[in-house]
Design a protein around this ligand. Structure first.
Ligand code: G3H
Ligand code: 13P
Ligand code: ZN
Length: 312
């Protein structure tokens, strides 16, 4: 089958109480690790490319790598998604060049500016059969000493979501409930806790509407340990507990974004390989170990966290 949009995927995920993994792609081995795992677990998958990925690899390569993965796994429903599109121009470029889903991230702008840019993107994308994700709220780390007003500003305001979705016409909404990007999400020593009350209120206001969680890496400590035991220095790397992601996936959250965990897996594999085989200099040898970890991590997420296995 050709690349698909996430419309049907999200409907099934919402009704079935699971979520689709959205994994970031940057090179061939990452695409292979993710899509081989999705195929083995019979799971739909979203492959997403950030601005950084498009600059690093060249968007043309990424589109064709995903096309190659699709040729090898034609039974797997795959979405090619733009992650954190900065403005209309970037989103338009992806709509015009093979992506089936785009994110317009105007969450750093005012509510009205966010509505206007997201609406413009949704209008153009929909004319071309492409779906749109937008973001409302500020994604940030949870700091327990943050002032009350500042804390409120970190989370999505449920009072705004109905108006935002209605006026923009977007197809899914990323919200802020305490996740954040990167490998250092929470203060060391604190117990990470997502704001399920905010999620519940948002889903009550938007029945049946797909919600997206960014910054959802769990920072597996076994990979952090391998990295640090093999010359790395990742101090206090902490992620979102997987049981909380599982709980979110049971409800309105239909898309869960994971990038940092794949980076950790790739790095752990390569570092371990170099330490064990200082004489090796063939990239196929050490990158293969990184790719194997990407496969293992994605397979684990699909089966034990997202619950999207055996859904095709
Ligand atoms: O949301 C951020 C993703 O992890 C992508 O990161 O912009 O470094 O490619 P990047
Ligand atoms: P992580 O850094 O937690 O993997 O989040 C990735 C993400 O949200 C990509 O948009
Ligand atoms: Zn993100």
């Amino acid at each position: 089958m050709p690349l698909v949009t996430s419309t049907e995927m999200f409907k099934k995920a919402y009704d079935g109480g699971y979520a689709i993994g959205a994994f970031n792609i940057n090179n061939m081995e990452i695409v292979q690790g993710i899509t081989d795992a999705a195929a083995a677990l019979k799971s739909p998958v979203i492959l997403q490319a950030s601005a950084g990925a498009r600059k690093y690899a060249n968007s043309v390569y990424l589109v064709k790598l995903v096309d190659a993965a699709l040729s090898l796994h034609p039974e797997v429903p795959m979405v090619l998604h733009l992650d954190h599109g900065a403005d209309f121009a970037v989103c338009k470029d992806c709509v015009d060049n093979g992506f089936t889903s785009v994110m317009i991230d105007y969450s750093g702008h005012s509510f009205e500016e966010n509505i206007e840019e997201s609406r413009k993107v949704a209008e153009y994308a929909h004319e071309h059969g492409v779906v749109v994700e937008a973001e409302l709220g500020t994604l940030s780390g949870v700091e327990d000493d943050v002032a009350v007003d500042a804390e409120k500003a970190l989370y999505t305001d449920p009072d705004q979501v109905e108006e935002f979705v209605k006026r923009t016409g977007v197809d899914s909404l990323a919200i802020a409930i305490g996740t954040s990007h990167g490998a250092y999400k929470f203060k060391p020593g604190t117990k990470p806790q997502l704001r399920f009350d905010v999620l519940a209120e948002v889903s009550r206001r938007l029945p049946g509407f797909p919600i997206v969680l960014h910054g959802s890496s769990s920072v597996p400590q076994e990979y952090v340990k391998i990295i640090n035991e093999n010359g790395g220095a990742l101090k206090d790397a902490i992620g979102v507990p997987e049981d909380q992601l599982r709980e979110a996936a049971r409800g309105a959250v239909c898309k869960i974004n994971i990038d940092s965990d794949l980076r950790l897996g790739m790095t752990a594999g390569i570092r371990q390989h170099f330490m064990a085989h200082p004489d090796h200099f063939d990239p196929r040898q050490y990158i293969a170990d990184g790719r194997k970890n990407v496969y293992d991590i994605v397979a684990h997420k699909i089966k034990d966290v997202l619950g999207s296995d055996n859904k095709i």
